[in-house]
Design a protein around this ligand. Structure first.
Ligand code: HEC
Length: 156
């Protein structure tokens, strides 16, 4: 086959593929989400917990060891990079921060900070510590509080 003919075939092939592709996309309709789906991040209206009365704020479930174990994975993702897996805040990131993250297995956290205060700190921190309002559901934040309580028990 001569070169010009080949070129013609090639361009025809590309052209028709493009057309096939385009009509494929045109036929795709938006699929409604299955019932009970939860909207993705950022679309849910969240309470501004920094304005809430801490005395009225309580976990809907007991903050016991079971809840603490459920919160371990989330703690590992969201807190351990700064506060350490054991809560001793001796991490590489912590060492580089101007305001070093305090330890979480301390008497201060154990005795002076209420569950609600830690909950609000997680969701609505107003300091160098990030706030996780957009990333975490309330129940997840309570589970992390329960996990912080477990860390507190590990060093009495
Ligand atoms: C980027 C590093 C960083 C991450 C990640 C982080 N923190 Fe912090 N955290 C800090 C810093 C810095 C402070 C000290 C300033 C302050 O109190 O806001 C702090 C303070 C705290 C305090 C107050 C301690 C006290 O003695 O007053 C608690 C409780 C706490 N963090 C819990 C958590 C939990 C739980 C998570 C995970 C959801 C978390 N932090 C994630 C940096 C971090």
């Amino acid at each position: 086959m001569k070169k010009p003919v080949l070129a013609l075939f090639a361009s025809l092939l590309v052209f028709s593929c493009e057309n096939v592709d385009r009509s494929m996309y045109e036929k795709v309709e938006a699929v409604p989400p299955p019932s009970g789906s939860v909207p993705a991040l950022g679309t849910k209206i969240k309470i501004d917990y920094s304005q809430v009365d801490l005395k009225k704020l309580a976990s809907p479930f007991p903050l016991d060891a079971k809840a603490g174990e459920r919160g371990a994975g989330l703690y590992g993702v969201y807190c351990a990079p700064c506060h350490g897996i054991t809560g001793n805040s001796d991490t590489k990131i912590a060492q580089k921060m101007d305001l070093p993250p305090p330890g979480l297995a301390t008497d201060r956290v154990r005795k002076e900070l209420s569950d609600a205060e830690i909950f609000v700190k997680i969701l609505a921190s107003d300091s160098l510590m990030p706030k996780y309002r957009a990333e975490l559901e309330d129940n997840e934040a309570w589970e992390i509080v329960a996990h912080v309580r477990l860390l507190g028990q590990s060093r009495k």
